[in-house]
Design a protein around this ligand. Sequence first.
Ligand code: NAG
Length: 357
Amino acid sequence: MFPTLLIFTTLLFLSLSLSNAQKPPLFVFGDSLYDDGMTLYNGVKGAGLSTGLTAKLILKSRLVDTLTVVLSPISLVTQFAGLPFLQPYLLPGLKDYTKGINFASAGACVLVETRPQTINLKRQINYFIQMVQKLKQQVGEAQANKLLSEAVYLFNIAGNDYVTLLQKNVKKLPLSNFKRNRQMNMILGNLTIHIKTIYNQGGRKFAFQNLGPLGCMPSMKYMLAFKGTCAPEPQELAKMHNAKFAALAKRLQTNLPGFKYSIYDFYTSLYLRVIYGSRYGFRESETACCGSGSYNGDFTCQKKDQSFTVCSNPSEYLWFDAAHPTDKANQAFSKEFWSGGSNLVAPYNLQNLFAAN
Ligand SMILES: *[C@@H]1O[C@H](CO)[C@@H](O)[C@H](O)[C@H]1NC(C)=O
């Protein structure tokens, strides 16, 4: 038994290292939907985020104040891509940058003043620039440049910018078109700068998850004291942003030689699951599994000294907590992003983007 296992492990190791040698790296930027530990390693206690893994931990231990590292949909994407679990950049003792790194951090926004205490996109990009130097030290300039140009750069960002905007204007909704456009142009303007920074470092393959249906999030409905399936103002903002962003990506493709991209229509995918939950296997698609208040939209899930409830079967739920889908939902999203048809992810899906030259 032992030698067989040894041979098997050796073969597995060989095949993994061989195939890994050819995999383009994946660099991830964004907010809590993609956070795989950045916030935790930044010293924020209890930064266990969403997803079913947390649910399992809570259900098992009931120790809600224990730190829990939680897997985001990124862990599934990396499995599809044949990459190992992506380490968060702030993990102490990090040495290997050749497979990619996760910079995403909970609460992150595009605009720096929106939530100053978080690792916003600008800080994530600064970490990336720092990392490029470390990668060059690791493998040399030429190999580093090759990896950077073959890499996929994956983003999920800007949702928190709009959530905060709505929070600040809760009594003044709907927003005027002037206000909407001003904010949107600033967000898209800054996003453009950050994309170009990566392009100037050699990045060519970009993937974006568009904004989800913000108005259907339990947290949003709780905040706006909205009763119904999806609150209209946040829906409007998300749709406008997504349309403008799609046009922006097209322009970047025209203006930047070699720029390739993928946009995953997360908005539609999540929205369909909200309104037709049972068709997708979700018994409950409006109220979160974990939290308190209407729709469990109050962010008390896993918080120490707060009272909240946790459902007994997270896989029947679309939302794990007030703003994050369950593992079951994340699995479906990752699969669609990876290999979905052009109605959901275009012009490339992630699989084709990884393979593109
Ligand atoms: C970037 O955001 C800041 C606010 O944080 C804004 O003043 C600036 O105009 C934006 N830049 C662009 C190019 O839109």
